[in-house]
Design a protein around this ligand. Structure first.
Ligand code: ADP
Ligand code: MG
Length: 699
């Protein structure tokens, strides 16, 4: 592998545009490209030709099977493999693959979450080929990216609404660029680069702890003597095992055309990051899901386990996913890049205003897109944004926005590279401003926005569905107003300054991690949903249903089903966590501490038998303190068991989710506190599971 060149292996397992051009008759290739560009349905005759070419290519690459690959609402991907096999009599078989098989699959959908959309008797669902995402080969199967719907046509996946949201923002974006005289762009596309954080730990440690292998995160654990305070892990030298893992990961990703670009150690011990080069949103989502999958499957080859949970260890940083997002035309113009000419700069400010308005109007939806049981443990710690959405623009743009809002003159003589905007009250913009604010949940970073709230284990589709649709809505309002204007220039200036004025409250450039911000945000009327259930409640607020229905991204029925699934998922995760804690307490921790207490007691008796007046203070003190903690632990166990049993009996997922949040989680916290206190008093050889120190420093 070491001698291979990236250029030789990159996308070698992908049925890419190059492969299509090479292998398809010219007219079929053109028609397929047109289907991809316009999102229209593919011709049945063409599908047969494409399927044949795909099969031949896949077989040459060692594939024996094909699978429709889809993204149900479980948060992970799903696949069911069929061999390219057709018996032809006489004990013979040939390898076949038809257009029909390419276009449509009918997996039994009864075990995928549907949030009440699909009655149990109607188990069928279908998968439909998405020609805009490339097919690829993995483990001797041809993977065909598909959308997944119920038989009545409602989306049961994350990809369908994502593709619809991309169409929505394209349609509205085109209206805007046309107003600025661009008559060549055929599509406005959104681009995404998802920076993925993760932990690598020794596989033995992973297997030795039930909380890790059932829940992907620790539910107990006293802090290690050393954490991340020396800041010696961030960007530190890669240890050999980690480096070997990263190398293989890169190679496997490159083969699938995933442009893994940056890798480094992160702030917490055992924490790392991978960033790809950005691409079109639907492909970026597919690629991120594959990246997470490969991280999980490659780690064991190096004796490690990969943790994607948002907060695997209390007290040290958790993992997020920075969703870098921008929009541009299919002709290669980034609409979030300050321009070279006055007209371009006005367009830039208008797009900027559209994003700011979108984030302010739909704070709740953005928060929901990052709301999971796991991410609740991370947000608001000193490592991730709080649960309040705000936008950071940087000093330069802040000053510009302020001057536009106040109508005051803006001048900054420090920099001579300014471009003239040529209209009153909209000042010059310096390009490539380099400010950074690491604490902001939604930060402008030069030519893109970085949404930093998403959790490391999440599918980024929902975040992008929300951003795309909310921005499409701003752009649509803007286009309505500007298309109707008699004096375009005047209307534009008015619109930009009015929008900045109306949505100024969402802009914040201070420290988002501070307590002062929490107070100020409340005073500004910004929403602050501290936990996932509190956020989920707002998913189907009228304004949100109106938004998604207006742009045909999700119907009310689809939204209601998703809301159900949010609560159901939260409930299930908390249920598993509570039961894991109960099991570990009664079967691991209490027996271990009890055995240690017995050992100490025997020691006291034996010592006294040998020397009647011997000092046994240390042993007796430990016996006393541990016995006290054992009894507290046991009663906390009882309390957790009681609330957990109540939660299980609730028939409504929403009610159960809130019960977990308000009643079960506090009991989990109490139980953990006592067990962690016992951990620091118990002899190492008696402690039944690897400790934080073992786990985070062993690899
Ligand atoms: P950071 O300092 O946050 O690590 P980087 O410059 O490394 O910033 O970029 C982070 C991510 O942003 C990368 O995945 C990169 O490809 C992505 N990115 C850059 N430009 C764009 C864009 N126009 N649209 C979407 N993502 C982008
Ligand atoms: Mg970043």
């Amino acid at each position: 592998m070491d001698t291979e060149r990236i250029s030789d292996i990159f996308a070698s397992e992908v049925f890419s545009e190059d492969v299509m051009r090479e292998r398809l008759p010219k007219d079929v290739y053109k028609s397929l490209l047109n289907t991809i560009a316009t999102g229209k349905e593919i011709d049945a005759g063409i599908a047969d030709v494409v399927a044949g070419a795909m099969k031949d290519w896949a077989v040459e690459h060692g594939a024996t099977h094909f699978t429709h690959w889809f993204q149900p609402l479980t948060g992970v991907t799903a696949e069911k493999h069929d061999a390219f096999l057709t018996p032809v009599g006489g004990g013979k078989a040939i390898m076949e693959f038809s257009g029909k098989e390419l276009i449509k699959g009918e997996p039994d959908a009864s075990s995928f979450p549907s949030g009440g959309l699909r009655a149990t008797f109607e188990a069928r669902g279908y998968t439909a080929w998405d020609p805009a995402s490339y097919a690829f080969i993995k483990d001797k199967s041809l993977y065909i990216p598909t959308a997944f719907c119920s038989y009545t046509g409602e989306a049961l996946d994350t990809k369908t609404p994502l593709l619809r949201s991309m169409d929505a923002i394209s349609a509205q974006g085109l209206r805007i660029v046309r107003l600025f005289g661009d008559n060549t762009a055929k599509r406005v596309t959104t681009t995404v680069g998802a920076e993925q954080e993760y932990f690598l730990i020794d596989e033995e440690d992973f297997k030795a702890r039930r909380d890790l292998f059932y829940c992907g995160r620790t539910l107990f654990g006293a802090p290690a003597v050393k954490g991340q305070e020396l800041e010696d892990h961030y960007f530190g030298a890669l240890r050999p095992r980690v480096s070997a893992f990263m190398h293989e990961l890169d190679i496997e990703l490159w083969k699938l055309g995933i442009s893994a670009k940056t890798k480094h150690n992160e702030a917490a011990p055992a924490q790392h990051e991978l960033a790809p080069i950005y691409c079109t949103t639907n492909i970026a989502v597919d690629n991120n899901l594959l990246t997470m999958e490969f991280m999980k499957t490659i780690a064991p080859k190096y004796g490690m386990a990969c943790l994607l949970a948002e907060k695997p260890f209390a007290g040290i940083n958790g993992s997020g996913k920075h969703n870098n997002w921008s929009l541009g035309t299919d002709t290669g113009i980034n609409l979030l890049k300050p321009g070279k000419t006055p007209a371009e700069n006005k367009q830039f400010l208008l797009i900027l205003a559209a994003v700011i308005k979108a984030v302010d109007d739909y704070q709740d939806l953005l928060r929901i897109s990052a709301a999971t049981a796991g991410n609740d443990c991370r947000l608001g710690g000193c490592e991730a944004p709080p649960s309040i959405i705000s936008v950071f623009l940087g000093d330069e743009l802040d000053m510009i926005v302020s001057s536009i809002v106040d109508g005051s003159e803006y001048s900054d003589k420090k920099n001579s590279k300014y471009m003239s905007l040529g209209i009153p009250s909209i000042p010059n913009i310096r390009r490539d401003t380099a400010d950074r604010n690491r604490t902001s949940p939604f930060a402008f970073t030069g030519n893109k926005f970085e949404f930093r709230m998403v959790g490391s284990s999440q599918n980024i589709a929902l975040a992008n569905i929300v951003i795309n649709t909310a921005v499409a809505s701003s752009l649509s309002d803007f286009a309505d107003e500007l298309e109707a204007a008699e004096d375009f220039e005047a209307a534009l200036t008015t619109l930009i300054s009015r929008t900045f004025r109306e949505h100024k409250r969402i802009l914040f450039s201070g420290n988002s991690y501070s307590d002062e911000w929490v107070k100020e945000a409340a005073a500004r009327g910004l929403s602050n949903f501290k936990t996932a259930p509190e956020a989920y409640e707002h998913f189907t607020d009228e304004k949100n249903i109106n938004l998604f229905e207006k742009f045909a991204v999700m119907s009310e029925t689809e939204m209601r089903s998703r809301r159900e699934i949010f609560f159901e998922n939260y409930r299930k995760i908390k249920n598993i966590e509570a039961r894991t804690m109960l099991e570990m307490t009664i079967r691991d921790y209490i027996p271990a501490v009890s055995a240690y207490v017995e050992k100490l007691s025997t020691a006291v008796v034996n010592k006294k038998a040998a020397i009647p007046n011997v000092n046994t203070e240390a042993e007796c003190d430990l016996i006393e303190r541990l016995s006290e903690l054992l009894s507290k632990t046991y009663s906390a166990y009882g309390e957790l068991l009681r609330t957990e049993n109540t939660a299980v009996k609730k028939s409504c997922d929403e009610e159960a989710a809130f019960y977990y949040k308000s009643h079960v989680i506090p009991k989990m916290d109490t139980l953990r506190r006592y067990v962690d206190e016992m951990e620091v008093l118990t002899a190492r050889e008696f402690w039944p599971v690897p400790t934080y120190g073992d786990i985070t420093f062993r690899v």
